[in-house]
Design a protein around this ligand. Sequence first.
Ligand SMILES: Nc1ncnc2c1ncn2[C@@H]1O[C@H](COP(=O)(O)OP(=O)(O)OP(=O)(O)O)[C@@H](O)[C@H]1O
Ligand SMILES: [Mg+2]
Length: 276
Amino acid sequence: MSMTTETASAGFAARPGSSLERIRVRRLAKNFGALEVFRDVNFDLGEREIVTIVGPSGCGKTTLLRCIDGLLPVDEGEIWCGREQITEPIAGVAMVFQHFGLFPWKTVYDNVAYGLRMAGVSAAELAERVPQFIKLVGLGGFEHAYPWQMSGGMQQRCGLARALAIEPSVLLMDEPFAAVDAQTREILQFELLRIWETRPTSMIFVTHSIEEAVLMGDRVFVLKGRPSNIAKVVDIDLPRPRSRETLRAARFTELRELVWSTLMKEAREAEFHLER
Ligand SMILES: Nc1ncnc2c1ncn2[C@@H]1O[C@H](COP(=O)(O)OP(=O)(O)OP(=O)(O)O)[C@@H](O)[C@H]1O
Ligand SMILES: [Mg+2]
């Protein structure tokens, strides 16, 4: 089996074995005025697949997720979720933001219930489902706390519970653990992996941490260039379930180095162009 796929055009098919594709992105381009953020982005996200995205700051990772979430219009190309073309937010896709994105005036319970209320879920069903998700992320007992009464890690768990509560078919995560300390981050990574094992959702996970990208992903996309593009797809052939053991595997180190060297190569090329 080949370890990596060199180009985006050859590598956009979903991981073998994931029969259905959840998200299909074709020839996607996005500009902000004269700024071309990305161009000709192509990929599939498979059923139960986790794709992680790394790339230099400003290369358009958040913009790409916001397009897939239907929050931003695209300039060219198409995004499909199953048979539905995404042009605005749709029910099956949920996003966890870089900076929690909680409503500060709502309690944990009401934050988690928000998406379900919007979907018209009855009060009786809310009373059953909301505590379940609060417990799942380890926030049992904090139902009535407000975001400002909780640590960063707890707020991030709350954001995760809110996204999971609508039982999305696709979960978009924008550096979900960037704002918490290193120890909490590690705990949350393994919690998320545990939750994913019990309810495997298709996921696109943006991160600046190469370790996190390799630990979580079935494939890692390396974004580069201006406008940016998927420069490389790295298949992560580490077995699941993944645990702390995974971090000690020789293969983990190999894959981490591979993603790292790809990113560094892109960074050096970008610097070279700037110098000229
Ligand atoms: N609403 C906006 N209007 C104009 N320009 C924007 C807007 N949002 C993002 N940009 C620009 O688009 C580019 C990509 O931004 P984006 O936030 O997607 O990058 P990113 O890869 O997520 O960066 P980071 O890793 O720092 O989070 C940047 O140059 C940014 O300045
Ligand atoms: Mg971003």
